[in-house]
Design a protein around this ligand. Structure first.
Ligand SMILES: [Fe+2]
Ligand SMILES: [Fe+2]
Length: 333
């Protein structure tokens, strides 16, 4: 789902770039030209994109878990079919994005290893539990809704393969957001217990969703360079504000309240203003101490181990076939 501004420091040593190449590259970015895999690019650009695209891919894959938790308990066949389709979309987004990352010269195996060893991050939002059916509504409406804000901007990212992947992904995310809102609408117009369940889900997901946009601009380390290179089009705070302005009226239409006593509409600016975000929670969850971090990684490692025999069998089959084809070629000569 989710390109999150995680702002980790790159550990690799900085490379001295050829000034002529660099100047031409910067000019291409400024002229809104797309950068393609075989084009020259600065090491920092490549590294930033590998980090961002792979975090995004990992987030799609890990993001399947909180929703997978409700497949067997969906309240109707229709709900189950829709939820399954959505989760399958997320798996597809992950594979699509791993392919985009591979065009930058990193292997799929290395990307998986980075996730499984804990060296790579994924969006902190997926370390929260999905406690009730209403969470399927809140996740679609809010988590996918926040993801769209980020991803619409990424459709114009300077790196061609990433930008093109985003166009298709955004279409599916838009379906995800609507299916989530439809669940919320059904619950909000249902029995008092159902409405309470919807309210409880909104209460739990609102603040973590606002954190999905990453740290405030004032402390965001990578922003300036990413903006100049047209990887990022809007700052974390600008995207967060867009999300708040779009989402608050939707929540009010549901007849629900937001868990923020300081939330108010500023007539002069035309924007909704929120109270202070608890960034210590964001840091805690990101550094591995969220409610479900260990569970998510344990499950991912288990799935990887369970699937090993399938990969081994596919590899053995491919080798056998290649040997058979080579033998047939020799016999024909
Ligand atoms: Fe997705
Ligand atoms: Fe999604």
């Amino acid at each position: 789902m989710y390109a999150q501004a995680l702002d980790q420091k790159d550990k690799a040593p900085s490379v001295v770039e050829d000034p002529e190449h660099l100047a031409r590259f910067e000019a291409r970015c400024a002229a809104e030209e797309k950068i393609e895999p075989k084009d020259w690019m600065p090491e920092g650009y490549r590294r930033t994109l590998i980090r961002q695209i792979s975090q995004h891919a990992h987030s799609e894959i890990i993001g399947m878990q909180p929703e997978g938790n409700w497949v067997t308990r969906a309240p109707s066949l229709r709900r189950k079919a829709v939820l399954l389709a959505k989760i399958q979309d997320e798996g597809g987004h992950g594979l699509y994005l791993y392919s985009a990352a591979e065009t930058l010269g990193i292997s799929r195996e290395e990307l998986y290893e980075q996730l499984l060893s804990g060296r790579a991050k994924y969006s902190s939002i997926f370390n929260y539990p999905t406690l009730t059916w209403a969470d399927m509504g809140a996740v679609g409406w809010l988590v996918d809704g926040a993801a769209i804000m980020n991803q619409i901007a990424l459709c114009r990212c300077s790196y061609g393969p990433y930008a093109r992947a985003m166009i298709r992904i955004c279409k599916e995310e838009s379906f995800h957001q609507r299916q989530g809102y439809e669940i919320m609408l059904t619950l909000a117009k249902g029995t008092p217990a159902q409405k309470e369940m919807a309210q409880d889900a909104l209460n739990r997901w609102w603040w973590p969703c606002l954190m999905m946009f990453g740290p405030p601009d004032a402390v965001s380390e990578h922003s300036q360079e990413s903006m100049r290179w047209k990887i990022k089009r809007f700052s974390n705070d600008a995207l967060r504000q867009k999300f708040i302005d779009a989402t608050v009226p939707q929540g009010h239409y549901l007849g629900l309240t937001f868990p923020d006593p300081d939330l108010k509409f500023n007539e002069a600016t035309g924007h909704w203003e929120i109270g202070a975000i608890d960034w210590s929670e964001f840091k805690r969850v990101l550094s591995g101490d969220g409610p479900c971090n260990r569970q998510r990684m344990r499950h991912r490692r288990q799935v990887e181990a369970d699937g090993a025999w399938v990969r081994d069998a596919a590899r053995a089959h491919a080798e056998k076939r290649a040997a058979r084809e080579a033998a047939a070629k020799i016999a024909a000569e």
